[in-house]
Design a protein around this ligand. Structure first.
Ligand code: HSE
Length: 416
């Protein structure tokens, strides 16, 4: 039976306002917002001031409110709100990927202990219904890959810069449109996409990756010569979150990719996100939709609220296999690496070299590099370099002692 939902809302920014508007426009849902807690009471709002206060207890101690919707930026403050709400026996809907990537297991235990639901569809891919599909639809189909554009801001910037706009102008517009995080470093350095990847790995493979295990490299160091290289070769640069399961090994990272025209992400532009799910029986399936913005993101929050009418909760059925899975760092990947000088380029060790260029302004190399070598640099701050991954090139190099040995021989042979 459908139940009446009385909502306490934290945050009334881009998504919070959007939620108010979409709730008002939908007639099928028995849900109403009773109170909204915000940080700044002096800002002008689109609804009556009587809805608002700065007092979290007005929601957390109100017995009539059975759903807390958390849509604030600050993940530490969100942690306090969400844990208190769950302990108070309220269902929680959140869009806070950073909060969830940091505290997922703890929040799940709390939700379970208190027999309430903790839903967060809006935290990954904006309007794209990816979490619930991974949870429910692919329950009997073994997943091998999850790969996609999961950050609207960087995709918007990459689209606009490829049309000739400057990086700063494109970022400013993304901020004005409400796509970017309060601190856009999270977007441009790939942190936001990494938090989302952590959630995708959990729901696709049942694997809890620590957010600090996952390599995230963004687009801040992209230079004009890299964009020119891509254009001249009819390629595009896209920031992709990549996750794969090879036997019991999980590989996951966020990095710019240099993709050809037949790649699924090639024509995914502006704030659109796209996620490809690859499974044993269904093969590849593409989910496409707006990944950021007021109404698209609010639509996913709305869907979670709606699911609560029927007491929906994620079951994390795939987590049963978690103990047998490992986060694998022993792999190699093919990359394009440019550097401001040949000397700088030579400082990075490649396992194989496929193409090189040495010019006046810069040099580049395309070849295979180990993840171990990649981890030696903080690429987000390495302004002499730009690195982009070549799709479908990840290879495990440490699957077993034997394979490791074979591989070493092979590499030695190639280099000699
Ligand atoms: N800053 C995020 C993005 C918002 O650009 O994708 C949606 O999660």
């Amino acid at each position: 039976m459908k139940k009446q939902l009385t909502i306490g809302l934290f945050g009334f920014g881009c998504v919070g306002t959007g939620l108010y508007e979409v709730l008002n426009k939908t007639t099928l849902l028995q849900a109403s917002i009773k109170h909204i807690v915000i940080k700044d009471l002096s800002k002008k709002r689109i609804i009556d001031a009587s809805y608002f206060s700065t007092d979290a207890n007005r929601i957390l101690e109100d017995g009539e409110i059975n759903v807390v919707v958390e849509l604030i930026n600050d993940y530490e403050a969100a942690y306090e709100i969400v844990t208190r709400a769950l302990k108070a026996g309220k269902h929680v809907v959140s869009a806070n990927k950073k909060l969830i990537a940091y505290y997922l297991d703890e929040l799940l235990s709390l939700a379970k202990e208190n027999q309430v639901s903790f839903l967060y569809e809006a935290s990954v891919g904006g309007s794209i219904p990816i979490i619930r599909n991974l949870e429910e639809y692919y329950n009997n189909d073994s997943l091998s890959n999850i790969n996609g554009i999961v950050n609207g801001t960087t995709n918007y910037i990459l689209t606009k810069t490829s049309e000739g706009q400057s990086f700063d102008t494109a970022l400013k517009t993304a901020q004005e449109l409400g796509f970017a995080e309060l601190d856009p470093t999270s977007d441009v350095d790939g942190f936001d996409a990494k938090y989302k990847l952590v959630l995708l790995l959990k729901h696709a493979f049942g694997f809890t990756a620590r957010q600090d295990q996952v390599w995230n490299y963004g687009i801040r160091q992209l230079k004009d010569w890299d964009a020119t290289y891509a254009r001249e070769k009819s390629l595009k640069i896209k920031l992709l979150a990549f996750g794969t399961r090879i036997d019991n090994q999980i590989v996951g990272f966020v990095a710019p990719h240099l993709i050809p025209a037949n790649h699924f992400a090639f024509n995914v532009e502006n704030e659109f996100n796209a996620v490809v799910v690859e499974a044993l029986f269904s093969d590849k399936q593409l989910f496409l939709g707006k990944g950021a913005g007021s109404h698209p993101t609010a639509s996913a929050v709305l869907s979670d609220i709606s699911a609560l009418q029927f007491d929906y909760a994620y079951e994390y059925k795939k987590s049963a296999s978690e103990d047998t899975l490992n986060f694998e760092t022993g792999f190699s990947v093919k990359v394009y690496l440019s550097a401001t000088s040949q000397e700088k380029l030579d400082q990075i060790e490649f396992l194989e070299t496929h193409e090189t260029y040495a010019g006046q302004s810069h040099s580049y190399k395309i070849g295979v590099i180990s993840y171990e070598e990649i981890q030696k640099q903080n690429w987000n701050d390495a302004s002499d370099y730009f690195l982009a991954v070549i799709p479908d090139s990840v290879q495990l190099i440490k699957k077993s002692e034997l394979e490791q040995e074979n591989r070493t021989h092979l590499i030695e042979e190639k280099l000699s």
